[in-house]
Design a protein around this ligand. Structure first.
Ligand code: PLP
Length: 414
């Protein structure tokens, strides 16, 4: 008799994006011909840049020739790409050995799969609001209790509130110091959905906590390409001792528009330790996990990744990032002109807006859709602290962003 994983039933029904789609569909069928503007999902919209296209084409050409054809590659990634990623860290004065780099088909899979190398009894801490993958994968793994409708939280999970009072930056003092300490701590900076970036001091406090309690930080840096302020850390490894307590995830998705191409990486330092794991053990475990469960990222995508990290590739991705950041500026200014309070959007492609008149997240979503015909993302979908907020994404064609803001300016009634 087969028995299913009962933890799936704990997941909150009506996951955020399907629910958004359901409401948009209902609106469009009731309002035929009305143009909808999408500022909701964080999906890239602009075409790949020339250097990356050249790299991808070279990848295809290699496969077309018997002399250069390759089949399965190393599960950990092409050595040239692992070296290039290590070199990229070196350019930011961070020393990473290529054997600590694991190339993958994207950060989402890694962020989701990483929990499988940790015991089910670990206590997990997440920022609130947060990218839903951190919570959902730990629910499925059985590290939480049920979803409590009253608190809008899973029992057994530590939520670190990120709100206006703390500038949307998690506070290490929200983690228990003794019994019930946090074993696995998910941090995302720049943050999806708030766009807030952790400064050096806050990262140092988390590294200090993790070292003291033998916890492991899972640091998601997928948006670090959007950091303009040179005083803000782009990698957790810019913090002293972080290699002893943190893994880092990154991706070519938001840097180069690889959301559909699929390529990312995870850093598992050799120095990383856990309560019962000495140096090298976690690196070997992730290597073991990847070699058993994964057959490597696409060789074509990896050629594209190599091109993306070349000098020309980096210049071209800066142009792409600047394009989206200009969208962020347009969205932020438009909302402010309307008297709406906004956060984020200066070192991240997300604008976190406070709903006018304290309006509930889903109610405001419906209002924005009905009045201005703009699709947004309700903040509460990222955690209870997101209630009363809305996320707007800077990923979009310029004319669509401008038209959406014009529609908000003219039609949204506040
Ligand atoms: N991490 C965060 C915080 C994200 O917001 C996203 C995608 O939106 C990802 C990771 C996924 O990255 P990838 O496309 O590499 O799977």
């Amino acid at each position: 008799m087969a028995i299913i994983n009962p933890n799936y039933d704990k997941l909150v029904a009506g996951y955020l994006f399907p629910e958004i789609n359901r409401r948009v569909k209902a609106f469009t069928s009731a309002n035929e011909g009305v143009k909808i503007y999408r500022l909701g999902i964080g999906n890239t919209t602009e075409p790949l840049r020339p250097k990356v296209i050249q790299g991808l084409r070279e990848g295809v050409d290699k496969l077309a020739d018997v002399k250069t054809y390759t089949g399965y590659g190393d599960e950990q990634g092409d050595t040239r790409l692992r070296n290039a990623i290590a070199k990229h860290y070196a350019s930011g004065n961070v020393s990473i050995d290529p054997s600590e780099v694991f190339v993958s088909d994207g950060a989402k899979s890694d962020v989701a799969n990483i929990q499988s190398i940790f015991d089910v009894n670990n206590t997990v801490a997440v920022q609130d609001p947060a990218y839903p993958v951190y919570v959902d994968t730990n629910v499925i793994a059985g590290r939480t209790g049920h979803f409590d409708q009253k608190t809008n939280q899973y029992t057994g999970l530590i939520y670190m509130p990120c709100n206006e009072e703390n500038g949307f930056i998690p506070n290490v003092n929200d983690l228990p110091a003794g019994v019930g300490k946090a074993d696995l701590i998910y941090l995302c900076s720049p943050n999806n959905p708030t766009g807030a970036v952790m400064n050096r001091k806050s990262l140092e406090s988390f590294v200090g906590y993790a070292i003291e309690h033998k916890s492991v930080i899972l640091f998601d840096a997928a948006y670090n390409w959007y950091i303009n302020d040179s005083t803000l850390p782009k990698s957790i490894y810019e913090i002293e001792n972080a290699k002893k307590c943190a893994m880092e995830f990154n991706s070519f998705s938001k840097k180069d528009g690889f959301t559909g191409v699929r390529l990312g990486w995870t850093i598992v330092p050799k120095e990383l330790v856990a309560e019962d794991a000495t140096e090298g053990k976690l690196n070997a475990m992730w290597n073991g996990r990847q070699t058993r469960f994964f057959n490597g990222a696409s060789n074509i995508a990896q050629e594209g990744g190599l091109a993306a990290l070349s000098e020309q590739g980096m210049l071209e991705s800066n142009v792409l990032v600047d394009f989206y950041m200009e969208n962020a500026r347009i969205i932020r200014n438009g909302l402010r002109q309307k008297g709406i309070q906004t956060f984020g959007g200066d070192n991240a492609p997300y604008i976190w807006m406070k709903n006018p008149n304290g309006m509930d997240s889903w109610k405001f979503f419906d209002k924005m859709l009905n009045e201005a015909n703009v699709v947004t993302t309700p903040g509460v979908g990222f955690g209870p602290e997101g209630q009363g907020f809305t996320r707007l994404s800077a990923f979009g064609h310029r004319e669509n962003v401008e038209a959406a803001m014009e529609s908000i300016k003219q039609k949204l009634q506040i």
